[in-house]
Ligand binder design. Structure first.
Ligand code: 6V0
Length: 317
């Protein structure tokens, strides 16, 4: 008999900076009534569960506790944030071997329990680890998602919004490809509430388009390096990004989000996991959106896919 999923339950595997910030964001989200925190460091999970639970009198009631994989087995969403984070100077791809080893200890636990919910990977390198989770779990592709460039896209909207003095929610633009050094800022379709980005820039007195575009895309790409150099880890922005993905799933909202998902031919991409826009709902990836790209963006997307493919091919899965 297939396991019944509790659609108001979430489990978080890995309760470090990212896992605990995510738990705190979700505790205030009213999305879930039950949250299990899992970590190899059981004390850490218990401490975080207690600390977050003490905010309950100011939020909606919720059962928050340190648990194990049996507690995760009927969760609507399992969020994996376990693993090493980047040290100053390290790229996300440098983490791959350490974190693949950790995934080999986590994902089979879920597969053994015939997990039927959505697996949301956040640990880095997120595209590679989403691919690894897909292979190790044997789960259907639509139910294994990476947070991908949802965070980079939020950074892009924020920085562009600041540059133009406009609400970032009116900025319609995205980052695609690898969540990492080969990511691509899609300028060709970027617009501010329907107004092409360069036209809006001129309305706001900015005429150095090429220079500004290059600087903003570099700032987005280097955000994590800057934050890590200053405070050792990044966690609030990703926590809000994960909350957004959870909202899409739990409420079946069907927004278009640039999550990491397995590619089957859109723009000629095959057999690789990277961030491309997809409709996200209660079934996870509901529809891959073939958003238009310029020739240059398309070429860079294929380079990003090639770089990820080479890493995947070098892994022993
Ligand atoms: P952290 O603070 O070191 O926390 C990692 C946690 O994982 C620790 O509490 C460990 O005890 C736990 N852990 C390790 N092995 C296991 C295991 N086998 N089972 C269960 N728990 C385990 O790291 P932090 O929270 O800063 O980062 C976690 C991951 O998120 C890293 O890989 C980061 O690079 C990644 N990030 C991903 C982002 C994204 O946009 N996708 C953004 C920020 C960080």
């Amino acid at each position: 008999m297939q396991r019944v999923i509790n659609d108001r339950k979430v489990a978080i595997v890995g309760c470090g900076f990212v896992g605990s910030a995510t738990a705190f964001a979700l505790m205030q989200s009213e999305l879930f009534t039950e949250m299990a925190l899992i970590d190899v460091d059981r004390d850490r999970a218990e401490g975080e569960a207690l600390d977050i639970a003490h905010g309950m009198p100011f939020a909606d009631p919720m059962n928050i506790y340190a648990g194990d994989y049996d507690d995760a087995a009927d969760a609507a969403i399992i969020i994996v944030t376990a693993g090493a984070n980047q040290q100053p100077g390290e790229t996300r791809l440098d983490l791959v071997h350490k974190n693949v080893r950790i995934f080999k200890s986590i994902i089979p636990e879920l597969a053994q329990r015939d997990y039927q919910g959505i697996l949301l990977v956040v640990s880095n390198p997120v595209d590679i680890l989403t691919h690894v989770a897909l292979k190790l779990s044997g789960m259907p592709e639509n139910r294994v998602i990476g947070s991908g460039t949802v965070l980079d896209t939020a950074r892009f909207k924020y920085i562009l919004g600041e540059h133009l003095g406009v609400d970032p929610r009116n900025v319609h633009a995205r980052i695609i490809g690898e969540h990492g050094d080969s990511e691509i800022a899609v300028w060709s379709t970027a617009n501010i509430s329907g107004i092409p980005v360069n036209d809006f820039c001129e309305l706001r007195g900015h005429f150095e388009h090429d220079e500004s575009m290059q600087r903003i895309a570099e700032d987005v790409k280097n955000s994590a390096y800057e934050i890590i150099a200053k405070k050792k880890a990044t966690y609030y922005g990703i926590a809000m990004s994960v909350k957004r993905i959870c909202e899409a799933i739990v409420r079946d909202e069907k927004p278009i989000l640039p999550v990491s998902n397995f590619q089957h031919g859109v723009h000629g991409l095959h057999d690789v996991v990277l961030s491309m826009p997809a409709v996200v709902g209660k079934n996870g990836i509901e529809y891959q959106v073939p958003a238009p790209l310029s020739a240059d963006e398309l070429a860079r997307l294929h380079e990003s896919a090639k770089a990820l493919r080479e890493v995947i091919d070098g892994l022993d899965l």
